[in-house]
Design a protein around this ligand. Structure first.
Ligand code: GN1
Ligand code: MG
Length: 359
């Protein structure tokens, strides 16, 4: 079955091997190897979530072409490793629809690896720079705006409204056992509306941002450990810069996995935060407004909070959105996010002071 899907793409050589790859919670990925050792990444797009596959694919084509043309202009070496390149179908389409599912393909970037948390100060600085450079490269990709493929993706007030709606119905009958977590999140709901509200008032500019800026969406060179490429461009669309800064800190500066069961392992690594911020600001100081700089530390809390709301919402809905491996998986994830948020709250003033020192 996967074999016949792959034959629809313009690949070179005979298919030799297809195996599952990566750990995304939404799409499914496969590594395809061919007889002349070419490698490809085949992805099944989660169509229940990304209903506008054409709009999604056009965004990714525009974003990758835009980045590539800048890398060419800047005479960057090894461009094939520094930006994703799409493999078109044999009829030159961006994706293949088999009647049920939607599939797309990229050239696989060889010699790369990903990390779930930041391990060295150099890595923290480099990661900060990479996300800022990504935002900078795309800062002039605005006409026409990219398609908003997931409406209000990081619109926290909307996420909160959805959560309140879920609480009214309790469809999976799980609410009673998680009252503590629900209360924790509801106590913070007004505070967490501020970024969208500032945006509405015109105090924060909309820019093209990644919006899934998890550390493991950055490819590092296996040998030199230098950053190669920012991947997973599904949600790259207009948003606020603190979404990327925040998600990178939610994942990169957390001392434990997103689904760690032992909460005593979950902490916020302040040193990683400082180094990441230094790297990020070394590039971003050239284009951010003061309001944007002031939003960065809050972004770390916001994205962690929002992720907790989204995981708990899915748990209460009966696990319909994220892939789960066991019944409590979304609850375990919720609890790591809550613990991480508590740890960030303890150091929030210091985070703010550190960020404000860049103004
Ligand atoms: C999803 O599939 P993946 O892992 O790239 C989700 C992100 C969440 C993340 C949590 C489209 O990303 O927003 O932050 O899981 N993507 C979508 O790990 O909902
Ligand atoms: Mg993603």
């Amino acid at each position: 079955m996967l074999y016949s899907i792959v034959t629809n793409f313009a690949i070179s050589g005979e298919i030799q091997d297809i195996k599952p790859f990566g750990k995304g919670l939404i799409n499914s990925s496969f590594l395809v190897t061919t007889s002349n050792s070419s490698k490809y990444l085949l992805q099944k797009i989660n169509h229940a979530i990304f209903t506008d596959v054409a709009g999604l694919s056009q965004n990714i084509e525009r974003v990758t072409n835009h980045i590539r043309s800048k890398l060419v202009a800047n005479k960057v070496q090894n461009i094939e490793k520094k930006v994703l390149s799409i493999v078109y179908t044999s009829s030159n389409e961006l994706y293949y629809a088999d009647g049920e599912a939607y599939w797309r393909m990229f050239h696989f970037i060889e010699g790369s690896e990903t990390y779930d948390k930041i391990e060295t100060p150099q890595q923290a600085i480099a990661t900060g720079k990479a996300f800022a450079e990504f935002q900078q490269l795309l800062s002039d990709l605005n006409t026409p705006p990219l398609n908003e493929v997931l409406k209000g993706f990081h619109n926290t007030p909307m996420r909160i409204d959805t959560f309140l709606e879920t609480l009214k119905n309790d469809v999976a009958h799980r609410q009673q056992s998680v009252q503590h977590e629900i209360n924790f999140l509801l106590e913070r709901k007004d505070e967490m509306k501020q970024i969208v509200e500032q945006g509405k008032k015109g105090e924060l500019p909309l820019r093209v941002v990644h919006q899934d800026a998890k550390l493991n969406n950055i490819l590092f060179d296996k040998q030199t450990n230098e950053i190669l490429c920012v991947i997973d461009l599904d949600t790259t669309m207009p948003g606020y810069v603190c979404y990327d800064f925040g998600d990178a800190m939610r994942t990169g500066a957390c001392t434990a996995k997103e689904d760690e069961m032992d909460l005593s392992k979950v902490d916020f690594d302040f040193e990683v935060f400082q180094n990441f911020a230094k790297g990020y600001m070394s590039v971003a100081k050239h284009f951010l407004t003061n309001n944007e700089i002031q939003s960065l530390a809050f972004g770390a809390k916001l994205l962690t909070y929002e992720q907790a709301v989204r995981f708990l919402n899915d748990y209460l809905q009966g696990d319909t959105y994220y892939k789960t491996e066991y019944p409590e998986h979304n609850l375990v994830r919720t609890r790591t996010q809550i613990k991480l948020l508590q740890k960030m709250e303890l150091r929030y003033q210091e985070m703010q002071d550190f960020i404000f020192s860049f103004i």
